[in-house]
Design a protein around this ligand. Structure first.
Ligand code: PHE
Length: 340
């Protein structure tokens, strides 16, 4: 019986010893000591040779040994798992203080910025956006706007012809005619877009540029409405202290017509280098929609009246950002574009 006790104690000591090893494998140890063919099981099998009086004591001891080995295995397993997790976490550690990789964020072109700003102002006033084709009929670009063939106004708007009747639009005004043909008053639209003219490239000209058109047609629209809208636009765009000035002008599709200036936002109107001593800067053309244009589009001029205006987006961008050469807007030079 003492032999068996020693045997059991030996097994316990062995098991605990093996569990201590750095590379201990608790699962294998469990099999080796507690498994069906394990050491402890072998001892229990040998209990048959003990006397009935001896058996309970040895049985109890054997159970205690089993429990101790089981507990030790469990404890060691947890220890080893923790250790493994710790070293894994250590290996996978991310240093969140390392500076991130920078990547270049794109941004809007100055022409887009100005167009969006213009759109915001007029959308806020209840206008909606209308678009028209860049490849346009002679009819909408000229004839519907009271510019018949051989009219001298065609000279200043020479453009690129696809055929005799089809051209690249020289202004956004054809959108006016297209909208009036389809839509009955009240009409309140703006129309931004590309236009083309047969001009040589220089600091203030380009064969491709952008315009922004506005059109309002309703009962009882007067030049006072035009003035009010343009004044509000000028103040929003160039600053609260901005004033506007109408100078008589001629456009075939408006009557009366005006060129509209804003007080110089650099000197406030005193005259400076920026406004070339004028105190005023020309920014757009405008007028009351010609009765012939209204009736040509199926709107009765005795019932309705309207105003229209058109401006060059490039011109506003040059003024707003103090850019002295229009070509910069098209050259895609990041040193320039990165400044906006
Ligand atoms: N379309 C004219 C131009 O290009 C500008 C304009 C638009 C004038 C609307 C009056 C009314 O010169």
């Amino acid at each position: 019986m003492n032999d068996m006790k020693e045997l059991l104690q030996g097994i316990l000591a062995d098991a605990l010893d093996q569990l201590k090893a750095d590379d201990a494998q608790p699962d294998q140890i469990r099999v080796r000591f507690l498994g069906k063919k394990g050491d402890l099981t072998a001892v229990l099998r040998g209990m048959g040779s003990l006397s009935p009086e001896e058996r309970p004591a040895i049985g109890q001891l054997a159970n205690e040994v089993r429990t101790q080995i089981e507990n030790a295995i469990e404890k060691r397993q947890t220890e080893l798992n923790d250790k493994k997790l710790k070293s894994k976490l250590l290996a996978e550690r991310v240093d969140v203080t390392v500076p991130g990789e920078e990547f270049a964020v794109g941004h809007q072109h100055p022409l887009t910025l100005v167009r969006r700003e213009l759109e915001d102002i007029f959308l806020g006033l209840g206008f909606s956006i209308a678009e028209g084709p860049e490849v346009e009929y002679d009819y909408y670009n000229f004839q519907a706007l009271n510019i018949p063939e051989n009219h001298p106004a065609r000279d200043t708007q020479d453009t690129f012809y696809i055929t005799d009747k089809i051209l690249l639009r020289s202004q956004t005004s054809p959108v006016q005619a297209r909208v009036m043909e389809k839509q009955k008053p009240p009409i309140r639209i703006i129309s931004p877009g590309r236009v083309y003219r047969s001009d040589d490239v220089d600091a203030t000209h380009s064969p491709l540029f952008h315009q922004f058109e506005g059109l309002v047609v309703d009962k009882g629209i007067t030049m006072g409405d035009l003035k009010g809208v343009l004044e509000l636009f000028a103040k929003t765009m160039f600053g609260e202290e901005t004033r506007i000035r109408f100078r008589p002008h001629h456009f075939p599709f408006t009557e009366p017509s005006a060129e509209v200036d804003v007080s110089c936002f650099a000197c406030g109107g005193k005259g400076c280098r920026f406004c070339k001593g004028e105190g005023w800067i020309e920014i757009l053309g405008a007028g009351m929609v010609h009765p012939k244009v209204l009736s040509g589009c199926g709107i009765d001029p005795r019932e309705y009246s309207g105003f229209a205006f058109g401006l060059g987006i490039e011109r506003i961008a040059l003024l707003k950002y103090h850019i002295d050469d229009m070509r910069l807007l098209y050259e895609n030079d990041m040193r320039f574009l990165g400044q906006f």
